[in-house]
Design a protein around this ligand. Structure first.
Ligand code: ASP
Ligand code: MG
Length: 453
């Protein structure tokens, strides 16, 4: 059986027309497994509703829930109008029933959140996942209206995780055990349609896999099934040399290695969830990033090894970063000093993006969060602490190390006279990181991109 896991993101799930396109695309595969995001904007609105409820604005929160329901009803209505089917009424009724059930649940969650005055991490996941729970069910129903044997599968039955809400870690063993149910469906001629992004903790509560988590769901499923490919269908033709929404002349990269693509996902390129490539890499499954709206374009192919011909692969950037600098007091020994700084970060479960060290001082670039104030306070024990916020981190990814100096010169010439908060370069990873003020991040990235491509 040649299995292919196809993931469709929010823009692909935007309206009845794109739903139809999704259903057309999957017809080209003998054994597709379909993973979908929530419809465009839905996840954001759900989280917004949760926050409003916690913030004593229950009415506004409930209204948002109703708006989400209405939008989905419209999609169904329009879809069934354009794709008439003898079972139309039945399909419509089952969609409406599901929507009533899920939006009813949402209202309950919001009312509870309002009552306790706080959006707990567990509740946030329960709320945020509703978008995918709805979209996957409804799309599977619409498939029936086009005579496709699409079958909704609740992701909680397969994507088992720990209970680290908001960024849950998959339980690979359990996922492998559960994956057989999809094969049974495929054997029977059905196409499973599964909501991405969410899963289930050991106690049965809902978890989410983090921002863009649907990609990760797709690769977890593809990995467990040893699929022939994992295809991320989106609204652009692959992974770009930079974010085309901000950087002019950004263009698709035809081929990338898992290694470079992972670095790109991590350093700000919003195309893939950072953990997506791991399961694919372990099983050597190609990951394709394809354009829904131009399926004939080849997109980007991510494989084990790729011959790189350009100077660098990409320029990515990330905002809302902070720079934490600690300079050791004379009494604190060198090796002990760094250990203590990183221990503090570990204790607060903070991930570091880039580091620059000297014997007695260290500058760390990381995503800004409230936790940083606490850390800064605790580090005063070992050194002088400086915390700069509103920084942007620009990463030049995948440059050939032999060219490092030449390349750096290019870059520094291009961005003068920008003042840099920090620079770090890792030869093994072939990444040059530059921290700049957030206000000039995009324009600086543009200059770098123009000088490289
Ligand atoms: N809907 C979720 C998000 O917006 C997950 C995804 O689309 O991948 O992050
Ligand atoms: Mg995406």
């Amino acid at each position: 059986m040649d299995l292919h896991v196809l993931k469709f993101g929010g823009t692909s799930m935007n309206d009845h027309k794109t739903w139809k396109q999704v259903l057309e695309i999957i017809k080209n595969y003998e054994y597709p497994i379909v993973v979908v995001s929530a419809t465009a904007k839905t996840t954001r609105q759900l989280i917004e509703a949760g926050k409003l409820a916690a913030d004593n604005k229950l009415d506004e929160a409930l209204e948002l829930g109703d708006a989400i329901k209405l939008r989905h009803l419209e999609i169904i209505q329009n879809f069934l109008e354009e794709n008439p089917h003898p079972k139309k009424t039945l399909i419509k009724e089952s969609c409406e029933k599901k929507l009533d059930e899920k939006i009813g649940l949402l209202h309950k969650f919001l009312t509870y959140t309002h009552k306790v005055g706080e959006l707990t991490p567990a509740m946030k996941d329960a709320i945020a996942s509703i978008g995918e729970q709805i979209s996957s069910y409804l799309l599977a129903q619409c498939g029936l209206a086009t005579d496709q044997l699409t079958q909704f599968v609740d992701a909680k039955k397969i994507i088992k995780t720990d209970n680290n809400y908001g960024n849950a870690f998959p339980n690979f063993g359990l996922i492998n055990q559960r994956i057989g149910s999809l094969e049974t469906l495929l054997d029977g001629g059905f196409t499973p349609v599964i909501g991405g992004f969410y899963g289930e903790a050991p106690d049965g509560t809902t978890t989410t896999l983090g921002f863009e988590g649907s990609d990760y769901s797709a690769s977890l499923i593809g990995g467990a099934l040893h699929s022939k490919s994992i295809e991320i269908w989106t609204d652009v033709s692959g992974v770009f040399t930079s974010d085309p929404r901000f950087i002019k002349d950004a263009k698709p990269i035809p081929e990338l290695s898992y290694f470079d693509a992972t670095e790109m996902a991590y350093f700000g390129s919003k195309v893939l969830h950072p953990s997506t490539l791991k399961p694919a890499q372990e099983r050597n499954i190609p990951v394709l990033v394809k354009n829904m709206f131009a399926p004939e374009e080849s997109g980007t192919r991510i494989i084990r090894e790729s011959a790189q011909t350009q100077k660098a692969l990409a320029v990515s950037f990330k905002e809302d970063m902070a720079l934490l600098t600690v300079s050791a007091y004379e009494t604190v020994m060198g090796y002990n000093f760094l250990t203590r700084v990183f221990k503090a970060l570990e204790d607060h479960r903070l991930a570091v993006d880039a580091v620059n060290t000297t014997e007695a001082s260290v500058t760390i670039a990381l995503s800004d969060s409230e936790k940083l104030d606490e850390i800064a306070k605790s580090l005063i024990e070992i050194g002088n602490v400086d915390l700069e916020r509103e920084k942007g981190l620009i990463s030049i990814i995948g440059y050939r190390s032999s060219d490092a100096t030449e390349l750096s010169n290019d870059i520094f010439d291009a961005i003068q006279p920008v003042s840099l908060g920090m620079i770090s370069y890792t030869k093994q990873k072939r990444i040059l990181n530059l921290a700049v003020d957030q206000t000039i991040m995009v324009e600086t990235a543009q200059k770098i991109h123009s000088s490289l491509f």
